[in-house]
Design a protein around this ligand. Structure first.
Ligand code: NDP
Length: 379
């Protein structure tokens, strides 16, 4: 028998209040089609906390399958597991393979798990190249943030085509097409910066001021090293002068327009984005880190003919399962070629003796601002 530890919750609330560490035994007898997995790494994303709080767009079902006193759900959407054993009839997966969940709501905050219908529910990573040259951390964190960044940068405005046309017009374009994003130092933001650079695009990135000017400068430099073209602070962005500055310093009076804005934050920052976008530009909202909504102002909608879109990776992945796998594999290839760096993480070791409180604390802090990196359970 394998002894497993699993974080569970039986009602919605703050992680520190509702999470419990549950111990169970896993039988060595696997049913046909099943696989036994051992966890290697799992990040704690903002959506995981929202799911535990009951405020996320989809709610988990509480089940009795784990043998908990009350029906429970397992948090965690993303993670890298190693296949320990497979049941009869499983041909596409084998012992030692690294896999990630291919479906939402998998429940990754656990040391071991038996998965029924393993070949449907799991995605063996790396395609033909396998996982050679990759770390568990990279594999565990590729499918949410980098994937979201990739799709948002590609699927709403064809910026690469815009760049090509802009150069072809022979008006002296000074670089690739521009895009704008707030929350630029988030996991998603850092992915977008790197992909934008790789695709020849230029980015304007908004971050919040740090405690000291030196720290703010250090963050700006860090993002520029990743490939950001311009990094501004939120107060520079919210200042009335920003639109004029944008036209003067970067977009040559809108000749090289700003057609895509990625909104991670909401509130005032989103309103400033509406002002900054060029006519017929598109704003894609994917996060609400400030917990503030923003008005859909009538003027810009009509007179600038702006387009407002919402992005939700889970639904996109359900509708485009093959494309999701291709996106993951493409980013993993960039990672192993040293062209894509994962975001900073604060590693939290989860071994047999790790106390419940340590695990809960790692989750509880996730929505706080000004963090050096998000939590990553390492097993
Ligand atoms: P990270 O934990 O990596 O980063 C959090 C970001 O939020 C940081 O840039 C942080 O800036 C910023 N932030 C925190 N608090 C505030 C605040 N009060 N006001 C403004 N900014 C704040 O996050 P992820 O990259 O994992 O996720 C970012 C957002 O994207 C989340 O809302 C997440 O749910 C969403 N998301 C949505 C997806 C979708 O499918 N729609 C997919 C993936 C992510 P600072 O350092 O200044 O605190």
């Amino acid at each position: 028998y394998t002894q497993a530890k699993t974080l569970v919750f039986s009602s919605f609330g703050e992680p520190a209040d509702v999470l419990h560490l549950h111990t169970s035994s896993i039988s060595p007898q696997l049913r046909d089609g099943a696989a036994l997995l051992r966890a290697l790494a799992a990040p704690v994303n903002p959506a995981d906390v929202n799911t535990i709080q009951g405020t996320y767009g989809s709610r988990p079902a509480f089940s009795s399958l784990l043998g908990t006193a009350e029906p429970a759900a397992v948090p965690g959407n993303e993670g890298c597991f190693e296949v320990v054993a497979v049941g009869g009839g499983v041909t596409g997966l084998g012992r030692g393979d690294w896999v990630i969940p291919a479906v939402g709501g998998f429940g990754t905050f656990r040391t071991h798990v038996v998965v029924e219908e393993a070949e449907r529910v799991l995605f063996r990573v790396g395609g033909e190249r396998g996982v050679e040259g990759l770390t568990a951390k990279q594999v565990a964190t590729v499918s949410v943030n980098p994937c979201s960044g990739y799709r948002m940068l590609k699927d709403y405005v064809d910026l690469v085509d815009l760049s090509v046309k802009s150069f072809a017009r022979g008006e002296g374009a000074t670089g690739g097409a521009w895009f704008l994003q707030n929350g630029a130092n988030s996991g998603v933001g850092r992915s977008v910066i790197q992909l934008g650079k790789l695709w020849g695009l230029r980015s304007i990135n908004v971050v919040r001021e740090r405690a000291t000017p030196e720290e703010t400068e250090a963050l700006k430099s860090e993002l520029k090293e990743l490939g950001a073209t311009v990094v501004v602070t939120e107060s520079e962005f919210l200042d009335r002068s920003f639109t004029a500055r944008l036209k003067e310093e970067w977009t040559r009076g809108d000749k090289e327009p700003l057609m895509l804005g990625l909104n991670c934050v909401g509130g005032k920052s989103a309103s400033a984005m509406v002002k900054a976008l060029s006519p017929k530009g598109c704003m894609v909202t994917y996060g609400g880190m400030s917990r503030q909504s923003f008005p859909f102002p009538t003027g810009p909608q009509i007179f600038k003919r702006l387009r407002f879109e919402g992005f939700w990776l889970s639904e996109w992945a359900k509708e485009n399962p093959a494309e999701k796998r291709n996106t993951v594999n493409e980013i993993l290839d960039l990672m192993r070629d040293g062209k894509f760096k994962e975001a900073p993480f604060k590693e939290v070791e989860w071994n047999w003796d790790t106390e419940e409180k340590v695990l809960k604390d790692a989750i509880q802090g996730t929505l706080e601002g000004f963090r050096g990196g998000k939590g990553l359970f390492v097993f």
